[in-house]
Design a protein. Structure first.
Lengths: 252, 167
């Protein structure tokens, strides 16, 4: 990770607004209606809320995949919402890793090449890219799948490979849109364990999720309703006093 | 407590402390521990009802322990309990009462209640995540935690619906 000043937030968004238009001349829908969000270095933030609340739109704005109608985005203290697409592409290659719900892999490339490609595009040497790829695939338990094509992977493996791809350039910020949304419960647990591990090593993570197990693993849960943040809470580490008994009473 | 103890005794005779340990080993550390006093009181009642029989066994240097065995009536009671459908309310939820009644009182607003409750659920969920990691290897405990997690997810979804409709 780069040695930025810890006092400067990794991400600072203010007054973000984004309006969708349903088709040509269709009705306007305000997906994001004025969001302020600051993410400190090392934060693990989960954005939750009902479908249609604007969660994914917000994440896309933060990753520069879409442009806000109003508001500003600062990355490491530098204003980025005004950047051109080409500059955003460079940012996404070097500073921001993104994982989507359906593992964004190139179908014609092997898993290994999928992971190495962003490293090569970012200017790493072939050798450095290969070493980083080997390290990540080993870390994510995918070493023996390196030569496979994405189509041959299980859902959980595909999502882990997408995570390796997103992490290959050691981004300051990892954005993930429902990273466990299409996975069975076991694969979801694996992906969650990986995110938690990378967060413990200092990675800054912002993810969108509807899965409370995922949300509760974050340090901070932001609730989005109807395009606005209605709560922003730290999740505490005090274990529930009665364990399962806080939820279930088996009676008898 | 009454029927689980009776069910354990259907396997083999045991004394109170053994039963408490058997319950804890079966359901794991994630489930609240049985209270030993409550175990003894319950065993006394079961004996009075003729569902179990106790006899005192001498121990070296310690007071006698009372070992209980299930009776035929007790066995029938367990069989009936096991095979009849489990009725009764599935979920007890006082929060919804608060949420509905709050605005009339003018003492709290709904969004604050919802946010507090969501935070509480998420904290409990985080604790359950950790317990799931610690209880790896105990299948019953894992399933129990998973059940609690699914219920909490439903609670959170419901909370979200309440926020959509009531705030």
């Amino acid at each position: 990770m780069t040695g930025q000043d810890n006092a400067v937030p990794v991400l600072r968004a203010t007054g973000l607004v984004k309006t969708h238009r349903a088709g040509r001349g269709g009705a306007e829908v305000k997906a994001v209606r004025g969001v302020d969000l600051t993410v400190e270095r090392g934060d693990f933030v989960a954005i939750t809320g009902p479908s249609g609340a604007g969660k994914s739109t917000l994440l896309h704005l933060l990753g520069g995949l879409r442009r806000p109608d109003a508001g500003e985005i600062h990355l490491d203290g530098r204003r980025v919402d005004t950047l051109r697409e080409a500059d955003w592409a460079v940012l996404r290659r070097r500073r921001i890793g993104i994982v989507f719900q359906t593992g964004n892999l190139v179908s014609d490339l092997t898993v290994a090449d999928n992971v190495e490609l962003p490293a090569l595009l970012a200017g790493q040497s072939a050798r450095a890219a290969r070493e980083r790829r080997e390290e990540l695939l080993a870390d994510l338990g995918l070493t023996d799948r390196a030569a496979a094509s994405p189509a041959a992977l299980s859902g959980g493996e595909r999502q882990r490979a997408a995570l390796a791809r997103a992490l290959v350039n050691d981004p300051d910020l990892l954005l993930a849109d429902e990273p466990t949304g299409s996975l069975d419960s076991r694969s979801a647990r694996e992906v969650l364990a990986l995110l938690t591990r990378h967060h413990a090593r200092g990675r800054t993570i912002v993810l969108v999720t509807h899965d409370a197990r995922v949300a509760s693993s974050a340090d901070r849960v932001v609730s989005l309703f109807d395009g606005l943040i209605t709560d922003d809470a730290r999740v505490t580490d005090t274990p529930p006093a009665r364990g399962v008994g806080d939820v279930l009473d088996l009676g008898g | 407590m009454r029927l689980p103890l009776l069910a354990l005794l259907a396997k083999e005779p045991a004394h109170g402390y053994e039963l408490k340990q058997a319950l804890e080993q079966t359901f794991g550390a994630a489930y609240p521990r049985a209270n030993i006093g409550q175990v003894y009181v319950t065993l006394g009642r079961l004996e009075k009802a003729g569902l179990i029989e106790g006899r005192d066994v001498a121990q070296d240097g310690k007071p006698d322990k009372r070992v209980y065995a299930i009776t035929d009536t007790g066995r029938q009671e367990v069989a009936k309990w096991l095979t009849e459908p489990t009725e009764g309310p599935r979920v007890r939820d006082e929060f919804f009462l608060k949420l509905v009644l709050a605005p009339e009182t003018q003492l709290a607003d709904r969004l604050t209640l919802i946010n507090n409750q969501r935070r509480h659920y998420l904290n409990v969920m985080r604790g359950l995540n950790r317990m799931a990691a610690e209880e790896r290897g105990n299948q019953v405990s894992q399933l129990l935690i998973e059940g609690a997690v699914l219920h909490l997810q439903a609670d959170l979804d419901w909370l979200e619906r309440c926020q959509e409709e009531l705030t």
